[in-house]
Design a protein. Structure first.
Length: 168
């Protein structure tokens, strides 16, 4: 029953963005905790990684946990050379009808490849990271203290210059 309700709310928020904005006003946010980091390299010379909150994963990977009403703070690694047919979306908290038709809406691998080919971006990191964007309760701390830093560390060790976060 919860999955149906979540999908219905996602459709309502998609249809009435003002309602979604009003709901979001009640969410806690603290912009002072987000550190500013100046650019260190021109984008045309940089390696860029993709990070999505769209709940995208390989069909043979475990799906994100939709049974937990507070979400799933885990992540999935997706090789960027994976065909779209080998991917799926497990996320009841947004209407992903359009993303299922064009995965570039939440995981813009093709668009970044075009930017690399045009010389606007130096290189695309070979692995994208996917999270399920609905995280609440104690899972927020897990994301902040464990899984988020784990992905950030992997990207830093790989020499990634920029991470493009694509929210769902």
């Amino acid at each position: 029953m919860g999955g149906w309700k979540d999908r219905m709310l996602a459709k309502v928020f998609t249809r009435f963005p003002g309602l979604a904005a009003r709901w979001a006003e009640g969410l806690e946010r603290d912009p002072d905790r987000v550190p500013w980091t100046p650019a260190r390299r021109p984008l045309a010379e940089a390696t860029v990684a993709l990070v999505t909150t769209g709940g995208v994963h390989l069909r043979d990977q475990p799906p994100f946990d939709m049974a937990d009403p507070e979400g799933d703070p885990s992540f999935r690694e997706i090789p960027v050379d994976t065909s779209p047919e080998a991917l799926t979306i497990t996320h009841d908290y947004y209407d992903h009808t359009d993303a299922e038709k064009d995965l570039n809406l939440v995981l813009p691998v093709e668009r970044l490849r075009e930017a690399v080919a045009a010389g606007a971006v130096g290189a695309l990191h070979p692995v994208a990271y996917s999270f399920m964007g609905h995280i609440d309760g104690p899972h927020v701390e897990t994301l902040r203290r464990k899984t988020g830093p784990e992905v950030a560390g992997r990207l830093a060790r790989a020499g990634v210059d920029y991470a493009l976060l694509v929210p769902a």
